[in-house]
Design a binder for this molecule. Structure first.
Ligand SMILES: Cc1ncc(COP(=O)(O)O)c(C=O)c1O
Length: 357
């Protein structure tokens, strides 16, 4: 915050490239070696929109493939069978979206690389596959053992650009996001959220040969008045500096607290004989009230939403505010102390009592 305050005094918007913008881009590339070059934008939506336009410009192909329940922002390219808030409107394509756009967005089930393989055998006009490497927008759904490796292999074989949307997982799962965590290199990556630690900033980056297509060097247009504004850039630089400094403490502590919380919730729910599943990884988790494993959108939808609503309401009454939707994830922060975890466990106990059959 003090770095940002200092920058506010110096200026909030120059509408011209700055040295700190270069510093931030270099520091992103250092943490994410797959991102040879980086373009700063304001939001995750802009980042995924630019990534897809780049893939289309680079491959000269038209269609994209996404996975059901993944959320990549609020623009027409990706608002097809999307998760998060978009899942609640209950229709596959947002009203107001153009059919001409959405018909070029093909959808397959998450964790189903066979379905992806058959689709790319049939379709030869696919520019990109975009995926949340860990799906945090229909509750939390983890990639199964070979899923990410399989989609890397399939896209490579078919000259399709693989976009990892790491707007949630970037800097959260590790200093190099999900790609470092799982050891997989996408062609293009999008970042947001944790990058600015509360300030509006996002980024898109990837292989040089793809990024060189971007204007003004290349012919894929991208621009924004506020992109690279010095206040958000300072927040980004300062966040990465802090994350890198804390790294050996930060990620292990987050993971430890998450495991502690999740195993306590699981034990309590089992003792109370509540049918449930908890998916969790690094500092993220979500509970689903169902007997079946949750691995994709169809299985996530089978969970008892009325029980989740009850859980949310009782947690809130007991001073724990999680996102009010089954299609969101619960995140832990470095700011959470041991006592916070203890208090959260007792609040979950009360909330589970309210859900109990
Ligand atoms: C994975 C993912 N991608 C993209 C976005 C869009 O980001 P923004 O809301 O900053 O436009 C989100 C937002 O929740 C997201 O979770």
């Amino acid at each position: 915050i003090s770095d940002v305050k200092n920058q506010l005094e110096k200026g909030t918007l120059y509408c011209a490239p700055t040295e700190i913008e270069v510093d931030l881009s270099e520091s992103i590339s250092k943490n994410f070696p797959s991102m040879d070059k980086v373009r700063l934008v304001n939001t995750g939506s802009e980042a995924t929109m630019t990534a897809i336009r780049l893939a289309r410009g680079f491959t000269k192909k038209k269609k994209i493939i996404k996975f059901e329940g993944c959320y990549h922002g609020a623009h027409d390219y990706v608002l097809v069978k999307a998760g998060s808030g978009a899942a609640h409107i209950g229709i596959p394509v947002s009203e107001g979206s153009l059919d001409e756009v959405s018909k070029n967005t093909l959808v397959v089930q998450y964790n189903n690389s066979d379905e992806l393989q058959s689709l790319v055998e049939k379709e030869d006009d696919v520019a990109a596959v975009i995926v949340e490497p860990v799906l945090a927008n229909m509750g939390l759904v983890l990639p199964e053992k070979n899923f990410l490796n399989d989609i890397r292999k399939i896209t490579q074989e078919k000259n399709i650009v693989l976009i990892f949307d790491e707007v949630v997982t970037g800097f959260r799962m590790s200093s190099g996001g999900a790609q470092k965590y799982f050891g997989i290199k996408p062609d293009v990556t999008t970042l947001g959220k944790a990058l600015g630690n509360g300030f509006p900033i996002a980024a898109v980056g990837g292989k040089s040969e793809i990024m060189d297509m971007l204007s003004p060097e290349g012919k894929v247009y991208q621009a924004s008045t506020y992109a690279g504004n010095p206040v958000s850039v300072t927040a980004g630089l300062s966040s990465i500096k802090t994350m890198n400094k804390l790294q050996s403490k930060l990620y292990p502590r987050l993971e430890k607290n998450c495991v502690k919380l999740v195993s306590a919730i699981h034990d309590m729910a089992s003792d109370m004989k509540i049918p449930h599943q908890i998916n969790s990884i690094s500092s993220m988790f979500q509970i689903f009230f169902t007997d079946d494993k949750v691995v994709d959108y169809s299985s996530a939808k089978k969970a008892d939403m009325s029980k989740f609503k009850k859980l949310f309401e009782t947690l809130l009454k007991n001073k724990v505010f999680i996102a009010p939707s089954q299609f969101e994830t619960v995140f832990l922060s470095y700011a959470h102390s041991k006592d916070d975890i203890k208090d959260t466990i007792s609040s979950y106990e009360k909330a589970l009592q309210a859900v109990k059959p």
